[in-house]
Design a protein around this ligand. Structure first.
Ligand SMILES: Nc1ncnc2c1ncn2[C@@H]1O[C@H](COP(=O)(O)OP(=O)(O)OP(=O)(O)O)[C@@H](O)[C@H]1O
Length: 329
């Protein structure tokens, strides 16, 4: 059995004197050596949870422990052993790329020579050689992100927490960053990963925690979460824009429909429903194209979120949109 490294115990956080609930009654453990993905939409409460884990934010209720001790009581040890890549803009903008990575290593307790050697090897690995002597404020958004990855990776912390590490990166650089994260994990590091990029995360994470409206909706191994929807198939349907509403309604008879765009909807169906759905779609003149494939982690995510979201799923959202439109002309 794996050792819990962090224990999040009944954690809640409210902002603005209780008016904003960022998270509520969250409990789970993070095991040593795993890659745990935190998934959830914008404003779900992921960053707040991460900040509680690294002792930057004090929970309103509950506690987080690291190696059995409350993180707030050992924030210096947590800062030393847990490397945190935050979404917030870099504080080191008046430093050069090379200096930012080097000094991050020194702050993590590295000797000069070791910090220098690892800085050079990270600059090479992250393909930052050309901008290594430029100030952070004078490089591109993606290059800033890569520098941030370098400042996080230097010094070989035992735990890495990445909040959206691949934002703003091109596909090749995203792959590079995932590879670097997986390499550290193979060498024994524990990784916590906040991301919206579910398709990429699926290749990397061991377990996934799904968060929305500040609550933990599910936590499990990717394979087990997928098994929950494994007996289903995913059907993506493109329809003529004018016919979207009628078709959406007709499809709800088959299962939960997720609207992807004006013309595209997605539905999860039982495997044995497939032949009937195919003949229904073939006879619908407003259907432009459709595809039926096994579900991915992204579908699991939509499934969990639709089923358990306190906002009441797509119908409640539709009503809310209508109310808003009526109120605002
Ligand atoms: N310092 C703050 N003061 C007031 N409200 C806050 C503060 N930080 C976060 N919130 C609110 O708490 C909720 C959760 O925010 P949080 O940043 O944790 O979400 P998130 O899942 O990380 O979102 P995103 O994916 O957009 O980064 C949101 O409603 C947000 O507006």
């Amino acid at each position: 059995m794996k050792t819990p490294l962090f224990e999040v115990k009944h954690v809640s956080k409210t902002y603005k004197k209780g008016k904003v609930k960022a998270n509520e009654e969250i409990s789970f453990t993070i095991n040593e050596g795993e890659i745990l993905g935190l998934l959830g939409p914008n404003g779900a409460g992921k960053s707040t949870l991460i900040k509680q884990i690294v002792a930057h934010v004090k929970p309103t209720e509950g506690e987080v422990t690291y190696k059995g001790i409350n993180v707030l009581k050992q924030n210096k040890q947590v800062a030393r052993e847990v490397a945190y890549y935050s979404q917030e803009p870099h504080a080191l903008t008046s430093l050069k790329v090379r200096e930012a990575i080097y000094f991050s290593g020194r702050l993590r307790g590295m000797k000069r020579r070791a910090a220098k050697e690892e800085t050079e090897s990270l600059i090479k690995e992250l393909e930052l050689t050309e901008v290594a002597n430029k100030l952070l404020k004078n490089i591109s958004g993606g290059q800033k992100r890569l520098t941030g990855i370098g400042t996080t990776l230097i010094g070989q912390a035992g735990v890495y927490i990445f909040d959206e590490p691949t934002n703003e990166l091109d596909p090749k650089k995203r792959r590079l960053v995932w590879d670097m994260i997986q390499k550290r994990n193979r060498e024994g590091a524990t990784v916590i990963l906040v991301t919206h990029n579910i398709l990429e995360a699926e290749q990397v994470v061991d377990r996934v925690a799904v968060i929305n409206h500040g609550r933990l909706l599910a936590i499990n191994h990717v394979g087990e979460l997928k098994a929950e929807v494994d007996q289903r198939l995913k059907c993506e349907i493109a329809v003529k824009r004018t016919a979207r509403n009628e078709l959406h309604e007709a499809l709800t008879g088959w299962g939960t429909v997720t609207t992807l765009s004006d013309q595209r909807s997605r539905i999860l169906i039982a495997k044995d429903q497939a032949p009937d759905l195919v003949s229904f779609l073939n006879n619908e003149p407003d259907v432009q194209t459709y595809s039926i494939v096994p579900p991915s982690l992204e579908d699991v995510y939509f499934h969990i979120d639709n089923d358990q979201s306190p906002a009441g799923g797509p119908d409640a959202k539709k009503e809310e949109v209508n109310e808003y439109a009526a109120a605002n002309g």
